[in-house]
Write a protein that binds this ligand. Structure first.
Ligand code: EPZ
Length: 419
């Protein structure tokens, strides 16, 4: 429940990156022993991944953002539908299981609020490394002897496929070259973790990745990078609903991971100050309409598209928001329109005509980032906004209402389980 119109000001601390943790956790399947992953956020998706890996024999302890994993015994080599349907990232167990155990049975991810979200690149990449893969009955069945290094060129830059193939190639015999590898910071973090575990990877953070397979890896500890999408979400919240003349300071973030977003915020007229691990934003007196086209890293992230749309709803003028990664990631549009936004979508291009004000209403979350955009719009709307199905939000934002309350927002969780 949000009562809009309260100006945000003050400091907020960013948690660890969900999409880094979701790759680091299954990587522990690659070597037996104990691991400590610091700065792991307490999120529903992290719990889902923990439960999946626990069902495979791993042990977990998560306190104060420190995740301890005991990967001494892996007793099951499956990711059943009931886990995978909750979270697509479950497919990250495929690469490690095939590489270390030579077999895996992983459910195809179900649909998502928007999609389709295929996994062909994951499958083709593992086949190139020598795995035999059948897809039947909604499951990916993989079998392999020792994987062999290969040259893999992804038609499309894919975070998930890059992660899966990287985690398989590190134990393959010989050299693997991955071209058109995803360069998102979360994949760089995964590569750094694998290197700490004894993997040989060159070109980390760029293209191509060159991986010299080794016979075995060993456990390692890692501090997870900050969540750039959470940080970006709070920066956009400040631009949209920040107290004019005041500042919001986003702490424990990595400004280098956010340049595409902060540049756009400068374009709309926000005053930005950058530190080593914080960004300060002073919201603009009026929001300029600025176009955005999402792209792979280090372009404007698709995971920030819905949040940007909320900001543009109150801009002065018309803006064009284009998503080149997911052509139908616009489930938030009808809900923003209920709040008074003026948006039309044609294929993967949204035209946002800025309006003078938004008016609070009941709106429905459909997916993680859509729900974030509805919260942001509610903060700026006049009156009360009730965002339903906030379990979507809890997948990827740690205590978002507490963090926003800390910035002065009038927001509270009315029903449903505390998470
Ligand atoms: C990751 O998903 C993120 N999730 C997503 O964040 C993010 O939106 C996405 O990357 C893009 O940045 C996690 O890291 C857990 P992709 P992923 O494979 O790996 C196509 C969030 O909000 N593709 O990089 O599934 C695909 O259709 C989530 O935190 C294929 O064609 O995304 C898309 O157009 C939502 N075949 C493009 O690649 C494949 O086999 C990028 O997808 C795989 C992907």
């Amino acid at each position: 429940m949000i009562r809009g119109g309260r100006g945000l000001r003050g400091a907020v601390q960013i948690s660890g990156a969900k999409n880094a943790s979701l790759a680091l956790m299954p990587a522990t399947l690659l070597a037996p022993g104990s691991y400590t992953l610091s700065n792991t956020p307490n999120l529903r998706d992290i719990q889902t991944m923990s439960r999946l890996l626990e069902s495979m024999g791993l042990g977990f302890g998560h306190a104060d953002s420190t995740l301890k994993i005991d990967a001494s015994h892996v007793t099951k080599f499956e990711a059943p539908y009931e886990h995978v349907k909750k979270m697509r990232a479950s497919i990250y167990v495929l690469g490690p299981l095939v590489a270390r155990y030579g077999h895996a049975l992983v459910s195809l991810p179900g649909g998502c609020a928007w999609g389709p979200r295929p996994v062909n690149l994951h499958i083709e990449g593992l086949r190139k490394l020598g795995a035999e893969i059948d897809v039947e009955g909604g499951y990916i069945r993989a079998k392999a002897g020792r994987l062999k290094g290969a040259r893999i060129v992804f038609d499309v830059s894919s975070v998930g496929a890059t992660g899966n193939v990287m985690m398989a190639a590190v134990l393959a015999k010989g050299t693997t070259v991955i071209d058109n590898a995803a360069m998102e910071p979360e994949m760089t973090a995964l590569a750094q973790f694998l290197v700490k575990m004894g993997a040989k990877i060159d070109g980390v953070g760029g293209n191509p990745l060159v991986i010299e397979g080794v016979d075995a890896l060993h456990p390692a500890d890692m501090t997870t990078i900050p969540d750039r999408i959470e940080a970006g979400t709070f920066l956009v919240a400040a631009a949209l609903a920040g107290e004019r003349g005041a500042t919001v300071r986003v702490e424990r973030c990595n400004p280098d991971h956010l340049s595409a977003v902060t540049t756009k915020l400068e374009d709309i007229g926000a005053q930005m100050t950058y530190g080593a691990d914080f960004i300060e934003i002073q919201p603009p007196p009026a929001i300029r309409a600025v176009n955005v086209t999402t792209s792979i890293y280090s372009g404007f992230p698709t995971d920030m598209q819905a949040q940007w749309m909320a900001l543009m709803a109150l801009a002065q003028g018309t803006s064009i928001v284009t998503d080149t990664i997911y052509f139908d990631r616009f489930m938030h549009v009808p809900e923003l329109i209920r709040l008074g936004a003026n948006i039309t979508v044609k294929e993967n291009i949204a035209t946002v005509i800025g309006v003078k004000k938004l008016t609070g209403a009941k709106v429905m979350s459909t997916d993680l980032r859509a729900s974030a955009s509805l919260i942001l719009a509610g903060l700026a709307a006049e009156g009360t906004t009730e965002v339903l199905r906030v379990y979507h939000l809890d997948r990827g934002y740690e205590s978002i209402e507490k963090k926003l309350q800390g910035l002065g927002a009038d927001i509270r969780r009315v029903a449903g389980e505390e998470f």
